[in-house]
Design a protein around this ligand. Structure first.
Ligand SMILES: *Cc1c(COP(=O)(O)O)cnc(C)c1O
Length: 432
């Protein structure tokens, strides 16, 4: 497998370089040179395969000989080890539950696969790899769980003190082993600035092999295409299959576009956003106008300049007409989102999180003029992660999965630091 940068399509790197580097030097995004077409004998008989087998089949066709068969089987076995069930609300509305992993969000798929892949590419290096991540909450939890106990790799997570939820903080600070957390007396931007500075510090990079678990790493995107196939296998495919994707940086939706490119007969995509509606606006007008994000109750989608937009354009030859015939965009306010949460509960007795609710509303609007469509709405997180929003809306208790409840009793371990780069650098040099 070879990859090019969206800013230079004639220069290629191998998968190892793309995964370890994360970003091309020209600040574009890595894209696979070819998307294989999966055989129709596979696409038409998905139900003969387990989720793990589907993941292996898709990955091996895409990755080719960049990772040998036995190693790739191992990676998939360790990364895709929880289910992605489809729950039918009725004949037309279906929910793809992507929250059965350790951090209860779909980001677990990407983080686990990236951890396994990095560890594979790092195995013959004699120096450990230290991964720095700044988080405003959700990404850090998935990365921490994904890299936990991964040989040869240590992870340092920086988070803003008092600005992540209590449970999110527990997800970052209670694992131990190769995962360390630093609580920064500042904002998320301060955390991100410290990480950026560290990557540019020659002296530090001589002393420690640093890498990032950036959300635009291609190793986070590839595994997200697997569950589109897994979902397809679980529904009536004589209908027009429409995937509805609650979106922020549009990694999840881009992975769906990749699954379609590999031959999965997806009829249409719906990009569902909150007030941060840069992509729906682009689909309507043909103009891409990034702007500062605004805070909403579906906060994992509060993104003002979606990082995967360049990949979406690349997949559709940078042509607005092509993109808008494949994807419809809808946006919803917080008020509407709360009504959506309530409606799903009252109509279907299903508790949906604020992100999934935005997806539900979008498909509902689309379905009103597309009666032959069958909607698969991606439920990107478990509702208990957003209990502060969901419980007051439903006026009833949300069930908290045991693995999240258990965290409450685990002791927090984190270094506490001000925002000065000197303290951070000294801490790294003393610990690695
Ligand atoms: C990250 C996240 C999203 C947005 O996903 P993108 O791939 O960035 O579009 C949606 N919902 C939840 C719960 C998330 O954590």
């Amino acid at each position: 497998m070879r990859l090019y940068s969206t800013k230079n399509t004639s220069k290629f790197v191998d998968l190892k370089e793309a995964v370890i580097k994360g970003l091309p030097e020209d600040n574009g995004l890595f894209m696979p040179e070819h998307f294989p077409t999966l055989p129709s004998s596979f696409i038409n008989n998905l139900s003969d395969y387990s989720f793990e087998e589907i993941a292996y089949k898709v990955a091996s066709q895409l990755i080719q000989d960049s990772i040998p068969e036995a190693a790739l089987k191992d990676i998939i076995h360790n990364a895709v080890n929880f289910p992605a069930p489809v729950v039918s609300l009725d004949e037309q509305f279906h929910i793809l539950e992507l929250f059965h992993g350790p951090s209860l969000a779909f980001k677990d798929f990407g983080a686990r696969f990236m951890a396994q892949t990095m560890s594979y590419f790092n195995q013959n290096e004699n120096r450990e790899l230290v991964i720095l991540v700044a988080t405003s909450g959700d990404t850090g939890g998935a990365v921490a769980a994904g890299f936990y106990d991964t040989p040869g790799i240590k992870v340092v997570i920086l988070y803003p003190s008092g600005k992540v939820s209590a449970l999110q903080e527990k997800q970052l600070t209670t694992l131990g082993k190769n995962i360390s957390a630093i609580e920064i007396d500042g904002t998320f931007d301060d955390c991100q600035a410290l990480v950026k500075k560290a990557f540019l510090d020659d002296e530090l990079n001589q002393a420690i092999r640093l890498s990032s678990a950036n959300s635009i790493n291609i190793a986070r995107l590839i595994p997200q295409s697997f569950y589109y196939f897994e979902a397809f296998k679980q529904v009536d495919t004589s209908k027009d299959i429409v995937f509805t994707v609650p979106s922020g940086n549009f990694g999840n939706l881009t992975a769906g576009l990749m699954a379609k490119k590999m031959g999965l007969p997806i009829h249409h995509f719906i990009a569902a956003t909150n007030a941060n509606d840069i992509v729906p606006s682009y689909l309507e007008t043909g103009e891409y106008i990034p702007r500062p994000s605004v805070a909403t109750i579906s906060n994992a989608m509060d993104v003002g300049n979606p990082s995967n937009f360049a990949r979406m354009l690349d997949l559709y030859g940078s042509t607005w007409n092509n993109l808008k015939s494949a994807i419809s965009g809808y946006r919803f306010s917080d008020k509407e989102t709360k009504i959506g949460i309530k409606e799903v509960y009252e109509r279907y007795n299903y508790t949906i999180d604020p992100h999934g609710a935005v997806g539900y509303l979008a498909f509902k609007e689309y379905a009103s003029s597309h009666p032959n469509s069958l909607g698969i709405i991606l439920e990107t997180a478990h509702p208990s992660k957003f209990i502060d929003v969901v419980e007051p809306v439903l006026k009833s208790k949300v069930n908290i999965p045991q693995r999240l409840a258990d965290l409450a009793n685990k002791p927090k371990e984190a270094a506490f630091m001000d925002t000065s780069y000197g303290s951070f650098k000294n801490w790294l040099l003393a610990n690695y």
